[in-house]
Design a protein around this ligand. Structure first.
Ligand code: NAG
Ligand code: NAG
Length: 232
């Protein structure tokens, strides 16, 4: 049987089954659990602040952050933890500022001051981007023409899809993702790890994700304490 005997094939088959079962369980949990928000809800908030000049993007983000803190108290990172972090993935380079992240959702500000393009990534998550300024193109798999999106538009990125993305200079947006978020990190970090080797950026990304997860853990403990107080 060459390199892999019957026993070895058995153990590979066993691992494949275990992984399929785990994936099934995670997807079941994702479908059943309650989420903080949705792509439509975030798009509706962001749309109100879209259409600004690129020089006013920062002001628009500040206003959106205030609205998010009011709407999702205890789930949005405080102002002192807001940090614009470079992000290299799929060949493009942008900058992101994380607002919320859990194991199943995230909200972040994203954009680029220079023209950039590359691979969108193929995720176990459903992602949408609502532009506040600038323009981007999305070239979908199998199509021969790109879709063009302008400020106020929401760019869909369904689970399992891959596209090419092109961002004009000074394009800024708010991104919402829902799915199994830790699985998106391999794509998000690969270019930083293997191409730019910018380990300071890698540290910043992991640190802010850890802060966000800690905040969610704290919020769950709080919910649980409330539950115990009112029911026991
Ligand atoms: C996602 O993929 C499906 C199947 O290939 C395709 O029909 C759809 O247009 C794609 N959507 C986007 C936004 O890429
Ligand atoms: C944890 O939750 C409590 C109660 O809501 C809050 O007062 C505290 O600031 C939170 N701590 C952190 C680090 O988020």
């Amino acid at each position: 049987m060459g390199l892999c005997g019957v026993g070895c094939l058995h153990s590979i088959a066993k691992w494949v089954l275990v992984l399929c079962f785990l994936a099934f369980c995670i997807q079941y949990w994702l479908n059943k659990k309650q989420h903080l928000t949705s792509g439509e809800e975030i798009a509706a908030i962001v749309k109100k602040y879209s259409g600004v000049k690129s020089s006013e993007a920062k002001t628009a983000f500040d206003k959106i952050a205030t609205v998010l803190r009011r709407k999702y108290p205890g789930h949005i990172l405080p102002e002192e933890d807001m940090q614009w972090i470079f992000m290299n993935a799929g060949g493009w380079m942008g900058s992101m500022c994380l607002m919320h992240a859990s194991l199943t959702e995230y909200i972040l500000f994203f954009g680029t001051a220079v023209e950039t393009s590359g691979h969108s990534g193929r995720y176990w998550a459903e992602i949408s981007d609502t532009l506040i300024t600038g323009s981007m193109r999305q070239w979908r798999e199998g199509e021969l023409q790109a879709h063009i999106f302008k400020s106020g538009d929401t760019v869909p990125h369904p689970m399992g899809n891959a596209t090419a993305v092109y961002f004009e200079a000074d394009t800024w947006m708010v991104e919402y993702g829902q799915g199994f978020i830790p699985s998106t990190l391999t794509f998000a970090l690969a270019d930083t790890f293997f191409s730019t080797t910018d380990f300071v950026t890698l540290f910043y990304i992991l640190r802010v994700y850890a802060k966000a997860l800690f905040m969610e853990m704290n919020a769950s403990i709080d919910d649980w304490r409330d539950y115990v107080k009112h029911n026991i």
